[in-house]
Design a binder for this molecule. Structure first.
Ligand SMILES: Cc1cc2nc3c(=O)[nH]c(=O)nc-3n(C[C@H](O)[C@H](O)[C@H](O)COP(=O)(O)OP(=O)(O)OC[C@H]3O[C@@H](n4cnc5c(N)ncnc54)[C@H](O)[C@@H]3O)c2cc1C
Length: 392
């Protein structure tokens, strides 16, 4: 067990630090306020090779693993990139890149992977539906076979990045749930270029991450060729499972990063803000909550790194799953605590946009819900780690 970073990893963290300086909190504030997609950040990540983690060199990747991705984006998020920087990574290499690399046919790999690793495009994920959120298997969007094509009809909700994405991974049923041998069978993934006039979208006004708009989709008679299938027909759920752990690991990285960013802002502020005779940072009432949250963030960071290393080492899926859920849960709780106390440390200034903490507070609320809710990580742990009966 070696806790030291190797030379290559150190270089990655250093490069990430430089990138974070060019795309610091002011950049994200501007994107949030103008509701503009962070194309410049996406392109720069592609240029420095940060979208190549987990993708082989022959398709434009760098051959390194998720661990290096986690190290890079932890550095960017904790230096002020916040959740936005991590979401961009999720929408590039994770939803798109890893799924296409693992399950795509040669034509799909050739067509999309280089564009994804270079930051030329990104892929959005069309999974959630009004009646299929936490219970994903309730998806009713249906792809009906018609000769060599499929015709897809249905509705999706909370689909982020739809209008800026170059393609969507659309989750549809190809066998109705009550006609499937098992509930997890009968779902299929389709990789579809965007825009497509058979998919209408309406933007959903929301609490945070406004640089990545979120949409409700209406899909009407969307005709796609068989070659749009990503992976095997009916095995979509099993294909999705492959990206669930990396998504949770990245959500944990985001939590740790945002929590540390907020705490470091608060420390800087507390060490110079004088209210009575000494700076407020000298009061234990200010120090202890920040130190306590920091300790929890650092523990969550250890669990996150361990999950990423196990994933790269192709450890048994259960081991990776246990750690990914633990890390996602712990990092989110620690981040909420850290950002809450950081905001309080800044008094009224914490409530203003200028100091960025209010934005991270809005951003952290998203990782309570997605890619998995905190309650569902606890359900997972109760059942799979502690060995208790399934509660639902
Ligand atoms: C801003 C935003 C962006 C998103 N982007 C995307 C995207 O790009 N693509 C996509 O496909 N989806 C996306 N989502 C959807 C997101 O993944 C879902 O919102 C999430 O999975 C929860 O589903 P739901 O909202 O339907 O909540 P529900 O499933 O209705 O759950 C409601 C509450 O009940 C709790 N609950 C449910 N069952 C149990 C149980 N058995 N035990 C304990 N508690 C339970 C949940 O934890 C939750 O707190 C996004 C969501 C948001 C808010």
């Amino acid at each position: 067990m070696d806790f030291q970073l190797n030379d290559e990893q150190r270089m990655i963290v250093e490069t990430a630090g430089k990138l974070a300086k060019s795309f610091g909190p002011e950049y994200w504030l501007d994107k949030e306020e103008s509701r503009a997609f962070p194309w410049e950040f996406l392109r720069e990540c592609g240029k420095v090779g940060f979208f190549g983690f987990g993708i082989p060199e022959e398709y434009g990747g760098c051959g390194l693993g998720l661990t290096e991705g986690v190290l890079a984006f932890h550095e960017i998020a904790s230096k002020g990139g916040g959740l936005g920087s991590i979401l961009i990574y999720l929408f590039g290499p994770v939803f798109g890149g890893m799924s296409i690399h693992k399950h795509g046919n040669e034509e799909q790999k050739e067509k999309y992977l280089r564009k994804l690793t270079s930051g030329e495009m990104f892929v959005c994920l069309g999974l959630t539906e009004p009646n299929a959120g936490t219970n994903t298997l309730n998806v009713t969007t249906f792809a009906k076979k018609d000769g060599d094509d499929y015709v897809i009809n249905g509705n999706k909700i909370f689909i982020s990045g739809f209008e800026d994405a170059g393609a969507i991974v659309l989750v549809s049923r190809t066998t109705k749930k009550d006609e499937s041998k098992k509930r997890a069978f009968g779902l299929s993934l389709f990789l579809i270029d965007l825009p497509n006039e058979a998919i209408q979208c309406t933007s959903i006004p929301k609490h945070g991450i406004n640089y990545l708009r979120t949409y409700e989709l209406g899909i009407e008679d969307l005709r796609v060729p068989r070659s749009s299938l990503l992976g095997e027909e009916g095995k979509g759920w099993h294909h999705i499972l492959d990206t669930l752990n990396p998504e949770r690991i990245m959500a944990a990285t985001a939590g740790v990063g945002m929590g540390k960013a907020a705490i470091s802002r608060a420390v800087e502020y507390a060490n110079q803000r004088q209210v009575f005779d000494s700076v407020i940072g000298a009061h234990q009432g200010i120090q202890f909550p920040l130190a306590s949250a920091y300790a929890k963030l650092e523990c969550a960071w250890m669990a996150t790194l361990k999950a990423a290393v196990l994933y790269d080492q192709q450890a048994p899926q259960k081991e990776v799953g246990d750690l990914s859920n633990i890390a996602k849960y712990a990092a989110t709780e620690a981040a909420i605590e850290g950002i809450y106390h950081a905001m309080q440390t800044l008094g009224g200034y914490g409530y203003t946009k200028e100091y960025h903490i209010e934005r991270w507070w809005r951003e952290v609320n998203l990782i309570r819900l997605a890619p998995i809710t905190q309650e569902m990580t606890l359900n997972y742990m109760a059942e799979h780690v502690l060995g208790m009966p399934r509660a639902y």
